[in-house]
Design a protein around this ligand. Structure first.
Ligand code: GDP
Length: 482
């Protein structure tokens, strides 16, 4: 067995197999492929050629190959507690922005001269001597968009539900997106200042979606708040810290930094400005770094109070100047010791990214699943169901779940009534799921996104057809053994 990434050149493959490059070229010719020494080969070709030499190929992610930049696993004794990172989610108009604004103003402004904060994608507050980092962009779309790019930047989700309303479609989406990411939820029932509200109704509705607060026998922390009067906010922060303590969040501040790009934009005066969340290590002015396929060197950093800082440790958001090219939200940033190495890695990634743009599907598709199951690459099929009415959703998810076997688990990770939305596609991308639409269609933007992300969307108008098609795909796996 040999390990490699996809798209190595004929020359590199020759080295890997310990044969001459001319041999590689003639093997390729024998299967009707004319190649040159420096041509990069796709997975299928690499496998075929290796097979000729009796070798099996194990493909690994390009990022794992950047051995020199990979940060070694931290020793337990180097780990220090770090602030929890919070994303606020919930249905539109339930008060996410108001809650973020209230906490920012009250907890940041208090005691700070001027108290003006600047937008760096996140802000930090101190509650009873403990720091908490809030990501500034509420909602599950941003959260899942990041995740679909391989970045997980949230430790805890605050789920906001308005006390004068009820659990709504986006509340449920938020719950499912948080669950799919394995991120715990703390519930904030907002607008408690309003008259005649009934938080108990909401707690009951939440338990129907498996979000069970402590007084109902569950484990979920819960607070009643008002983003207008500030009532209950201290309690909410307390609950967040309790949840954080359970998670034992730690990081090693004494090493090269890694983090994630929250946002990036072009500023007329400053050039490329990006908001970074440092996750481990300490980022310092002068550090060379790589973020996705972009190279940079930290020219200057500002914290969420708009102050210049020389360094930033774990869970700290900063605005960073020093990118050569525009990174994307969700790109992982890694500081390097050596500028030359960082440049090399960035170049290589840029090239791989360009070539991967032409590469075949990497997300789960129904056509592909039997092959991937047979190869042992996957043992589950994640499905998102969108349908016209709740009755069809129940019928479909019931029948599909029954298709689970010892070899493959069918997980329904999200369901909802209505058109297939961008947020559904992002969840599918982040969780490697397929989407089944019953008597509904994707929105135009969702369809475009699905094309880009290569998400398999199947539309049906008969339940039986949907179940049949999934069953056929799963059973494809059994045929080689028969
Ligand atoms: P988002 O869409 O979830 O970000 O919700 P917003 O923060 O924009 O709030 C939606 C509306 O609810 C606004 O008119 C807010 O003023 C109002 N609102 C938010 N929080 C509260 C609250 O605690 N009490 C009351 N009475 N109104 C609130």
């Amino acid at each position: 067995v040999v390990e490699t990434t996809e798209f190595i050149t004929a020359n590199e493959l020759a080295d890997l197999l310990g044969v001459g490059v001319n041999d590689i070229i003639s093997v390729c010719m024998s299967i009707g492929l004319m190649i040159t020494i420096n041509q990069r080969l796709d997975a299928g070709t690499i496998e075929l050629v290796a097979e000729e030499y009796g070798k099996e190929v194990k493909f690994i992610e390009a990022e794992e190959m950047d051995e020199d930049l990979t940060i070694p696993e931290d020793d337990e004794e180097d780990l220090k507690p770090r602030a929890p990172i919070i994303t606020v989610m919930g249905h539109v108009d339930h008060g996410k922005t108001s809650l973020l604004d209230y906490i920012r103003e009250e907890k940041v402004a208090a005691g700070e001269a001027g108290g003006i904060t600047q937008h760096v994608g996140a802000y930090q507050v101190v509650h009873n001597d403990n720091e908490i980092t809030f990501l500034d962009t509420p909602g599950h779309e941003a959260f899942t968009a990041m995740r679909s790019r391989g970045a997980q930047a949230t430790d805890i989700v605050i789920l906001v539900v308005a006390a004068d309303d009820s659990v709504m479609p986006q509340t449920i989406e938020a719950i499912n997106h948080a669950k799919a990411a394995g991120v715990p939820i703390v519930v904030a029932i907002n607008k408690i200042d309003k008259e005649g509200v009934n938080p108990d109704k909401i707690k009951t509705q939440l338990s129907e979606h498996d979000v069970i607060v402590e007084e109902y026998g569950g484990k979920v922390q819960y607070a009643e708040v008002s983003a207008h009067t500030g009532q209950g906010i201290e309690d909410l922060l307390e609950k967040v810290l309790i949840e954080a303590e359970l998670l034992e969040l730690k990081a090693n501040p004494d090493r090269r930094a890694d983090g994630v790009v929250l946002e990036a934009r072009l500023d007329k005066g400053k050039g490329i400005v990006s908001n970074i969340l440092v996750q481990g290590g300490t980022l310092r002015v002068g550090d060379p770094f790589v973020a996705g396929p972009c190279f940079g060197r930290v020219r200057a950093m500002e914290n969420d109070r708009g102050k210049r800082v020389k360094e930033a440790g774990p869970s700290t958001p900063v605005q960073l100047m020093g990118f050569d090219e525009m990174p994307q939200a969700g790109d992982k940033l890694i500081a390097a010791e050596d500028e030359k190495l960082a440049k090399e890695v960035a170049n290589e990634r840029m090239q791989i990214r360009r070539e991967q743009a032409m590469r075949t599907t990497k997300h789960m598709t129904l056509d592909d699943i039997s092959r991937r199951l047979a190869l042992g690459e996957v043992s589950e099929l994640n499905i998102i169901i969108k349908a016209d009415v709740d009755g069809s959703i129940e019928a479909l998810s019931g029948s599909l779940q029954k298709l689970s076997t010892d070899e493959v688990a069918v997980n329904i990770i999200h369901t909802g009534a209505g058109a297939i939305s961008e947020s559904d596609v992002l969840l599918a991308s982040a969780s490697d799921a397929i989407i089944i639409g019953f008597q509904v269609r994707p929105t135009t933007s969702a369809r475009k996104l699905a094309e880009n992300e290569e998400i398999d969307i199947r539309l049906f108008s008969v339940i039986y057809d949907a179940v049949d098609e999934v069953r056929d795909a799963l059973e494809g796996l059994l045929s080689p053994e028969i």
